[in-house]
Design a protein around this ligand. Structure first.
Ligand SMILES: [Zn+2]
Length: 521
């Protein structure tokens, strides 16, 4: 049922300065589930992630570690960022690094075009600069420092002092795009989501846009301004362009036309870069603006935003080593309403693992497969006449498929999983109610037993198809136990409920084994 339409989705490219924590992994799994869903639906899907490797902060860290910034970036990519994708089972189609030639060359091409078309001028800039954010701050973005920084103004995000900088810079005439941006938000209410982020962006732009300083002369770790090599390009201006340089901007028009525009999944703290600066840059270049900018909420641990600098960073392997990547993916997308802030706790994670994955879904799958083995020697029986109870399961399969797909269209990943979980719950209730183990003792009910187990197998197979984007490893095992030699993620997801349950099942080990959890924090 696919029209094969293009679906291009991105995560932010991650700053290589530090090592990944579960906040980064959360963004990755959200984008990954959406990408896998579209891919499984037959859409012409492209999922991009990568790393942001320029800027003063990287230069300082590399210097402090006695290596060049390129060596530092290479090390972090190889030892931290690429392994992260493996750890949480990310299915990206491409990985862009801003130090790659395909990026650097075409960033220069983009900037040259803006310069030639009169969108760039020279000026002096003086302002408060946060090295952590790599941006100039307005006074309203600063707060009074506490502790060792008492008496100084500090960045509200990093809680560290800002620097007063004065530079002769190149400026992008962003102020010229204020009205066009407001018109964009008005005519396409979905352009920025969720509404809380959209409202904040609209207020920000209504307040009036200033021009953007887009070059730096005080350090040299960056892409050189093509007409003045004594300047490097501002790291955010450079980084945002990855979304188009990765899909052929400037050198492969066919690829670019096929992929662009993209849906951007970002944390709400960087929504302003993506929903204001980035579309203004694209408008200036005469290119399409993104399909959508979605600013998800923060992960909170003990009430504080997850970040390494606040020492609340938890490495994703701390979770996956015990619970596995499927449980990681499921937990963060199920427990947190996508778009809102959400709290992580080890207690909640282990409670949901046990109740929802092990007992709810895993046990259901094991029981159904075991009963087919026990009562039908492994052969999936054909259904006789359907009762209302059987029909209700078939209806729920269809509704779960439709509702989950509609939720994914709105990027409401948590709702998609909840819609599928209704089928998990109903199937568990159905088996309790129908008591196939009792029917098996009554030879006169042989046809009824066949119908019940056929219905149950069908429901479980539909679950495998619908949950493949979230639980790729468990659903692959289940699909194979249902006797299928093809791949579960090759089954058309928008018609998941239409698969045919025939053939023989094999054995199925526990999908989510019992875990003895010690206080793991
Ligand atoms: Zn900052």
């Amino acid at each position: 049922m696919s029209d094969g339409s293009s679906f291009y989705i991105t995560t932010p490219i991650f700053y290589v300065n530090d090592v990944p924590h579960i906040g980064h992994a959360y963004t990755e799994v959200a984008a990954d589930v959406i990408a896998r869903w579209h891919r499984q639906a037959g859409d012409d899907t492209w999922f991009l992630t990568g790393t942001d490797e320029h800027g003063q902060k990287i230069l300082r860290t590399a210097t402090a570690n006695g290596v060049t910034p390129q060596q530092w970036a290479d090390k972090l990519v190889a030892e931290a960022w690429e392994p992260l994708l493996e750890t949480i089972d990310i299915s990206n189609d491409d990985f862009i690094r801003t130090t790659q030639e395909r990026h650097e060359k075409n960033v220069q091409r983009f900037l040259q075009k803006l310069y030639d078309d009169g969108h760039i001028y020279t000026g002096d800039y003086e302002g408060y600069y946060c090295v952590g954010c790599e941006e100039y701050k307005q006074l309203t973005d600063l707060v009074d420092g506490t502790g060792e920084y008492a008496g100084q103004l500090v960045c509200a995000i990093h809680s560290k002092p800002v620097e007063l900088l004065k530079e002769r810079n190149y400026f992008f005439r962003m102020s010229a795009f204020g009205q066009r941006l407001l018109d964009l938000y008005e005519s396409r209410p979905d352009f920025v989501q969720p509404d809380s982020v959209r409202n904040e962006i609209i207020q920000f732009v209504k307040h009036g846009l200033t021009d953007l300083s887009i070059s730096r002369q005080t350090f040299d770790w960056g892409i050189k301004v093509p007409w003045d090599e004594s300047h490097v390009i501002y790291v955010w201006f450079d980084a945002l362009l990855n979304y188009i340089t990765a899909v052929g901007y400037g050198e492969d028009d066919e690829q670019f036309a096929r992929r662009w525009p993209a849906t951007h999944i970002v944390g709400k703290d960087i929504a302003r870069f993506h929903a204001v600066i980035w579309p203004a840059m694209l408008m200036a270049a005469g290119l399409d603006v993104p399909t959508q900018v979605y600013g998800h909420g923060w992960l909170l641990v003990g009430g504080e935003k997850m970040s390494k600098s606040k020492l609340t960073g938890i490495a994703p392997e701390q979770i996956t080593d015990t619970f596995g990547s499927d449980a990681f993916r499921y937990y963060f997308l199920r427990a947190i309403t996508f778009g809102q802030d959400g709290s992580f706790s080890w207690e909640d994670l282990s409670a949901r693992y046990q109740a929802e994955l092990a007992n709810g879904f895993g046990n259901l799958a094991s029981r159904v497969v075991a009963m087919v083995n026990r009562y039908f020697d492994g052969r999936i029986p054909e259904a006789a006449e359907l009762t209302d109870s059987d029909q209700r399961i078939r209806d729920t399969e269809q509704q779960a498929t439709a509702r989950a797909d509609a939720a994914i269209e709105r990027l409401a990943v948590h709702e998609a999983i909840a819609a599928v979980w209704q089928l998990v719950d109903e199937l568990n209730g159905y088996i309790t109610e129908q008591e196939p183990w009792a029917l098996a003792k009554q030879p006169e009910n042989a046809a009824r037993l066949a119908t019940v187990l056929h219905t149950a197998v069908h429901g479980v197979g539909t679950l495998a198809i619908l949950l493949a984007p979230v639980l790729p490893k468990a659903t692959a095992k289940l699909w194979s136990a249902l006797g299928r030699e093809d791949a579960v993620d090759a089954q058309p997801i928008r018609s998941a409920h239409e698969w045919e349950a025939v053939g023989r099942v094999t054995a199925l080990e526990a999908l989510f084994p019992r875990i003895e959890v010690e206080a793991a924090s």
